[in-house]
Design a protein around this ligand. Structure first.
Ligand SMILES: Nc1ncnc2c1ncn2[C@@H]1O[C@H](COP(=O)(O)OP(=O)(O)OP(=O)(O)O)[C@@H](O)[C@H]1O
Length: 252
């Protein structure tokens, strides 16, 4: 029998695993449609930033993904393991830092696990202290540690750096970038800061009129350089989408 000629068979196109799949999502408050038939996908391990004018519905979307709001219509698929960190660290003042980190953890979290997470975010030495002695940056790190011990497949961050001073903010941004690379979870970062979005993410979404009006793939090598002309071009484009004219302070 004739021997079959070996053939190179093209591999089927493998769709990357989805971490978030949202279809036709709508949310109304009173007579106002904040989300209007919105679709969004996030791939496993992807870092996505969400920009948009104040009040456009970014936090509303994030809260729905976090299962903190169920008054919506549409289809929302998210991984079981997810964690949220907000602008305010939301630590319970009557529990020590490490107890805050493992609070509500399914299966009862241990001190060792909390310590590891606190070490990872650089505040292991604060484990036994009360939240009130932490600086703003430290409290935010504790909040990140609390999210990380949950080993999330999806990390939802709602303006986690907004209340920090400029230097602390840069360090916290670097930390989030490192944690993301180490843990490999998908991240959705709600932010007002276009530069932060371009520095950290694989893709930036711009929300407008209740939908994702624009998406920008950030195909720049990491670590990113704000002085890179390609960075500046993407930043300018996003500012245009946000209605902030390039090089001016006026609104278009
Ligand atoms: N629980 C609620 N009850 C009534 N209205 C709400 C509620 N939550 C949000 N809204 C309204 O929905 C709209 C979107 O709010 P949301 O907080 O999602 O916006 P945002 O884009 O995150 O804003 P910001 O950037 O200022 O944080 C706003 O007009 C807000 O007033």
């Amino acid at each position: 029998m004739k021997k079959a000629t070996p053939q190179v068979v093209p591999a089927p196109v493998i769709e990357p695993a989805a971490a978030v799949r949202v279809r036709g999502l709508s949310r109304r408050f009173g007579s106002r449609d904040v989300l209007q038939n919105l679709d969004v996908d996030i791939v496993a391990g992807e870092f996505v930033a969400l920009l948009g004018a104040s009040g456009c519905g970014k936090s509303t979307l994030l809260r729905i993904l976090a299962d903190l709001d169920r008054e919506f219509t549409g289809a929302v698929e998210v991984p079981q393991r997810r964690a949220v960190a907000f602008q305010a660290p939301r630590l319970l003042p009557w529990k020590t830092v490490w107890r805050n980190v493992v609070l509500g953890l399914p299966g009862g979290g241990g001190r060792k696990r909390a310590l590891e997470a606190l070490e990872e975010v650089g505040i292991g030495h604060r484990a036994e202290q009360w939240p009130k002695v932490l600086s703003g940056g430290e409290a935010q790190r504790a909040s990140l540690a609390r999210a990380l011990v949950r080993e999330p497949d999806l990390l939802l961050l709602d303006e986690p750096f907004a209340a920090l001073d400029a230097l602390t903010r840069i360090k916290a941004q670097e930390l989030v970038g490192e944690l993301w690379q180490r843990h490999g979870c998908a991240v959705l970062l709600v932010t007002h800061d276009v530069e932060e979005a371009v520095l950290l993410s694989d893709r930036v979404l711009v929300m407008k009129d209740g939908i994702i009006a624009h998406e920008e793939i950030i195909d720049l090598p990491r670590p990113r350089d704000v002085a890179d002309p390609a960075f500046a071009k993407i930043r300018g484009n996003l500012l245009d989408w946000l209605g902030v004219r390039h090089g001016t302070h006026g609104n278009s």
